[in-house]
Design a protein around this ligand. Structure first.
Ligand SMILES: C[S@@+](CC[C@H](N)C(=O)[O-])C[C@H]1O[C@@H](n2cnc3c(N)ncnc32)[C@H](O)[C@@H]1O
Length: 290
């Protein structure tokens, strides 16, 4: 029998076999996962955007610099980086598994091209609408208020093998097929009414009580991604864990999680947040986990 991928990484105090957050480089750590052992990879990789620009935060001009991890090393090197981690993720994913990658226009085209180069099967490009996006300071183009989230299966195959909880998503959408524009400030549509857009706001204050990350994703986004594309007990991996939002969504929904993160402070924040979520998650037997 093959080793459980979670058992390949040492547990920190307070952890159990539900999750691990491992400090280190995502490409090296992804390489340690066995072939075809992971059900879902969600990644929010560096945007390579921290190069001295400005944005608007709380109505004031603020630097866009997020940290050294977000600096660009030039277009070609940045693209090689995306190819390298996507190649390892592809190897580690089960044929029934899928990959989700979020990004803005600064990285998403490189990621989309890398996915095509590697032979992934593109399933959707979801547009996540942010109703409370920061205003545009330059006034030289439209305000950015969306982020793209690519959904892909690891291989092209005639028969689609990936997990998609279609009926559950349709039921949560008032009996209508769910579309690829997500507005998570969500109203369920009336059966005879118009479709609604999924508007997910940026993370709520309650999601930052244990600490925050400059590019923290809202829990509602990860909750939908985890539940629509995995079954209870599934193994979810995030190679760029940040504040651990993917892990929080995974354990809250009865899935298991491995996160990789190179910065110590975010490893600790991920562990804190996921530990808190694991304390309040339904017992695993109740959600049918493996
Ligand atoms: C965009 S943030 C992820 C935010 C996360 N989705 C959340 O909700 O908090 C990317 C994270 O990846 C980490 N990172 C960047 N390059 C990395 C690498 N090569 N290996 C591991 N972690 C890396 C950064 O430190 C940063 O915390």
């Amino acid at each position: 029998m093959r080793a459980d991928p979670i058992s390949l990484f040492p547990a920190s105090a307070g952890h159990d076999d539900l999750y691990r957050v491992v400090k280190g480089d995502s490409i090296d750590l992804l390489a340690r996962l066995p072939d075809e052992s992971v059900d879902l990879v969600f990644a929010d990789p560096p945007y390579h955007l921290s190069n001295g620009g400005f944005t608007c935060k709380g109505g004031k001009r603020a630097s866009v610099n997020k940290g050294g991890w977000d600096a660009s090393r030039g277009l070609a090197t940045d693209h090689e980086f995306q190819l390298a981690w996507l190649r390892e993720a592809q190897r580690a994913l089960k044929p029934t598994g899928t990959l989700w990658v979020s990004g803005t226009q600064h990285v998403i085209f490189s990621i989309g091209f890398a996915l095509q180069e590697l032979g992934y099967h593109l399933l959707n490009t979801v547009t996540w609408y942010k109703p409370n996006a920061a205003p545009n300071l330059a006034c030289r183009f439209f305000t950015h208020s969306t982020e793209l989230v690519i959904w892909a299966a690891p291989q092209r195959s005639k028969k689609l093998l990936h997990t998609f909880n279609y009926r559950q998503m349709k039921a949560e959408n008032g009996g209508k097929q769910m579309r690829d524009v997500w507005n998570l400030d969500y109203q369920v549509p009336e059966p005879d009414g118009e479709q609604v857009v999924w508007s997910l706001p940026t993370p709520a204050k309650r999601e930052k009580v244990l600490g925050s990350h400059p590019t923290q994703k809202p829990l509602s986004l990860l909750d939908r991604i985890v539940r629509c594309s995995t079954e209870p007990g599934a193994l979810v991996v995030d190679p760029f864990s940040g504040s651990g939002t993917t892990g929080v969504a995974a354990v809250a929904a009865g899935r298991r999680y491995i996160g990789f993160e190179r910065e110590k402070e975010y490893v600790e924040l991920s562990r804190l947040r996921i530990h808190a979520a694991a304390q309040t998650a339904a017992p695993r037997d109740a959600v049918g986990a493996a």
